[in-house]
Write a protein that binds this ligand. Structure first.
Ligand SMILES: *[C@@H]1O[C@H](CO)[C@@H](O)[C@H](O)[C@H]1NC(C)=O
Length: 309
């Protein structure tokens, strides 16, 4: 496994030598891993990129963008689009906004988080909030922005999608209860949603064979997800107790570098990839899923996200 300094050097080599101004979208880029990836991307491009951070917290995004290196290219732009990604209709309208701003996307990186210790909690669109953030939102962004990825690919440029969630940590899925309407539990969500993400990147890859898609596991990262408003007091107390152990966790900066390494340097050819916490190829390690499940999940997702505008 390469060291963090090797990874940084590889990412820098990759991103400082592109012959074009890259366009990168970081969904969930206002904190944690998404922030780490956006920071690393801005650093290695010396700010010469069109970077769009999508998230809920404008103040956090403005802070992050203010720290990006100042670009020298007049085409470079760093901006924020506000979006609560638990609602599919928000993703539709934000995607439309993105399509009005850029004509191609080279990297769509998604890492929005949702921590809860309670049970199923549906949005007005009938989707559980946790599943919406960890799965349906990522499917929806990928679907809505696929044309822009294909535009990049047609110009001979990188066209890559990364869903940072939990590759290699899932289990079998229940095709009789996709979306966990009947059998929601935190354990079922934790076991099945990783496999949803695997099947999602596979199905998109089979439909769009020239695009590179990956599902990654970020490892233990020092993020503020657990201190968000969604966490219960008890969870917050547990986190406060654990915080002195924070040195055991990977910093968001290093995790951002590892995740970029995975999608930029390891996932070198089009298709579906599974990546570990150092960006390494997991291949089919602890893989659950079948072609039939992949198709059923796709059909379910089209139905669950449709007509909710
Ligand atoms: C469901 O989620 C909403 C929005 O996050 C929150 O306001 C509400 O308290 C939650 N309900 C339950 C029962 O947890």
């Amino acid at each position: 496994m390469p060291s963090i300094s090797e990874v940084r050097a590889r990412n820098a080599a990759m991103l400082s030598t592109t012959s074009y101004l890259p366009v990168a979208i970081f969904v969930g880029g206002t904190s944690g891993i998404g922030e780490g990836m956006a920071e690393a991307f801005s650093k290695h491009t010396q700010g010469n990129a069109h970077i769009i951070i999508v998230g809920r917290n404008r103040a956090a995004a403005e802070n992050i963008i203010a720290r990006f290196p100042k670009p020298t290219s007049p085409e470079a732009k760093h901006e924020f689009i506000q979006c609560d990604v638990s609602l599919m209709r928000n993703i539709r309208s934000v995607s439309e906004e993105i399509r009005s701003k850029v004509t191609k996307i080279n990297l769509l990186a998604m890492s929005p988080g949702f921590m809860t210790t309670s049970g199923r909690n549906e949005t007005e669109e009938g989707i559980d909030r946790k599943l919406a953030v960890h799965y349906y939102s990522r499917w929806m962004f990928t679907k809505e922005l696929m044309n822009l990825l294909e535009n990049a690919e047609e110009q001979g440029e990188d066209a890559k999608v990364l869903s940072v969630f939990s590759a290699g940590k899932g289990g079998a899925i229940d095709v009789n209860d996709l979306g966990l309407k009947k059998t929601f539990s935190l354990k079922n969500a934790a076991m099945q949603v990783p496999t949803y993400n695997d099947l999602m990147v596979e199905e998109f890859a089979s439909r769009h064979p020239r695009i590179t898609l990956a599902h990654a596991y970020p490892g233990g990262v020092n993020t503020n997800i657990l201190t968000s408003a969604e966490a219960s007091t008890l969870t917050k107390m547990a986190i406060d107790l654990l915080t002195p152990l924070g040195f055991l966790l990977t910093s968001r900066q290093d995790c951002g570098e590892y995740m970029l390494n995975g999608i930029l340097n390891v996932a070198k050819t089009p298709g579906a990839w599974r990546l570990g916490s150092r960006g390494e190829d997991l291949a089919k390690k602890r893989y659950y899923g079948s072609e039939e499940e992949r198709k059923k999940l796709w059909e379910h997702t089209v139905e669950a996200t449709n007509g909710k505008a």
